[in-house]
Each structure stands twice: as structure tokens, then as C-alpha cells.
Design a binder for this molecule. Structure first.
Ligand code: AMP
Length: 121
């Protein structure tokens, strides 16, 4: 799947659509999810053009990957989550339930998060 320059996160990165920003550095932008599924639900997206985890893990540079995952941890600390705990999640493709085709990690926290994944059915 080739990268769609008009996906909603590309437009947020270009400043065409607003977001509730939590953190930004040279590698990532982090912002609140528009439909939160936990008291804290923040998305961390790389600034590079990667469709999903498969693309990112195969094509991003070591600096981009390190910058991205360091930022995920930094954002969780900024949100005060490590002491009580939190969950990160990245959906990949159809079976993963990915809606937006720009790689992103969800950070969930603020309450006990229950079982790891929904049951099929
Ligand atoms: P995924 O299913 O992993 O692709 O998740 C995409 C997430 O993006 C969903 O949780 C949406 O609620 C969220 N989302 C979609 N549009 C926006 C937006 N404009 N601002 C913030 N979050 C968004």
C-alpha cells in the first residue's frame, strides 16, 4: 500500500487540521485521540511518511525508530502514566482494524484497562 498524502494524520502534520497537541519533537507529533477510549488516549505519530508498522519497521532509519519509541515513552511520562501503568497499541492493516493509514501508536491509561484484546466474533 502506497502512502496517501491526504490521510488525516498527514493533514494534521501539515497543520491543515487542528489537533490537541501533547508533545512534538523532530521525530514525532503526539495529540489526544478525537474519540478517546480511555481517560487518557493519546496518539503518537512519526513525522515521516509510513503507512503502518510494517512499513515503518522495514523502511525507517535507526534514528527515526529510536526517536519514535523514545518519544512514546517520553509522552507517557509527560502524561504521568508510568507509575500506575498504561498500554501502547498499534493497529496494522485490515485484521488489525487500522483506520488511518499513517503509522501511529495509541497510548491508553487512566484506568485499569482490562483484557488485552477483544474476543473474535
Ligand atoms: P486506528 O484504528 O489505529 O487507525 O486508529 C485511528 C485513531 O485515530 C482512532 O482512534 C480515531 O479516533 C483517531 N482519529 C481519527 N481522526 C482524528 C483526528 N482528526 N484527531 C485525533 N484523532 C483522530
Amino acid at each position: 500500500m502506497s502512502y496517501d498524502d491526504n490521510n488525516i494524520f498527514a493533514r494534521i502534520l501539515r497543520g491543515e487540521i487542528p489537533c490537541k497537541k501533547v508533545f512534538e519533537d523532530e521525530w514525532v507529533l503526539a495529540f489526544h485521540d478525537i474519540r478517546p477510549q480511555a481517560p487518557v488516549h493519546v496518539l503518537v505519530i512519526p513525522k515521516g511518511k509510513y503507512v503502518a508498522m510494517d512499513d515503518f519497521s522495514a523502511k525507517a532509519s535507526a534514528d527515526e525508530i529510536a526517536g519514535f519509541f523514545r518519544a512514546v515513552g517520553e509522552v507517557a511520562r509527560l502524561l504521568g502514566l508510568p507509575a500506575k501503568g498504561y498500554r501502547i497499541l498499534a493497529n496494522q492493516g485490515r485484521d488489525g482494524g487500522q483506520e488511518v493509514p499513517h503509522f501511529h501508536v495509541h497510548i491508553f491509561g487512566g484506568r485499569p484497562l482490562g483484557r488485552m484484546i477483544a474476543q473474535a466474533g
